[in-house]
Design a protein around this ligand. Structure first.
Ligand SMILES: [Zn+2]
Ligand SMILES: [Zn+2]
Length: 116
């Protein structure tokens, strides 16, 4: 299937339409970072597989025009597989907890040993 943004032939269903891996990654990154770059061509760049990197402003506009959905990005962020243990294992001060750093690390070790 053709990418509906840049026309590359490796398009797959992503974010509610068909696009290539490159446009998918671009759309996600552009949305999450919210970087704004002005178009130097009056927002009239033609986006193709060879020039898609030239203008992120027009590429993002094209993504929205062909139906890539920002709502689909929000729902698909990956969760950390071990959220509790990660939080416990990285306390760098006793600012938020009532135990010392050493105690926190000991508890973290206990949790990690339990998991392994
Ligand atoms: Zn593409
Ligand atoms: Zn442009």
């Amino acid at each position: 299937m053709e990418c509906r943004v840049c026309g590359e032939l490796e398009g797959k269903p992503h974010y509610g339409t068909v696009c290539c891996a490159s446009c998918k990654a671009f759309f996600r990154r552009r949305f999450l970072n919210n970087e704004k770059k002005e178009c130097r061509n009056g927002n009239r760049c033609e986006i193709s597989a060879s020039n898609r990197k030239n203008c992120s402003s027009c590429r993002y506009k094209k993504c929205l025009e062909v139906g890539l959905k920002t709502e689909e990005i929000r729902g698909k962020r990956k969760c950390s597989p071990l959220p509790n243990i990660t939080t416990l294992a990285i306390p760098t001060s006793s600012k938020f907890i009532d135990i010392s750093y050493e105690d926190a690390m000991r508890i973290a070790d206990m949790y990690l040993n339990l998991e392994l």
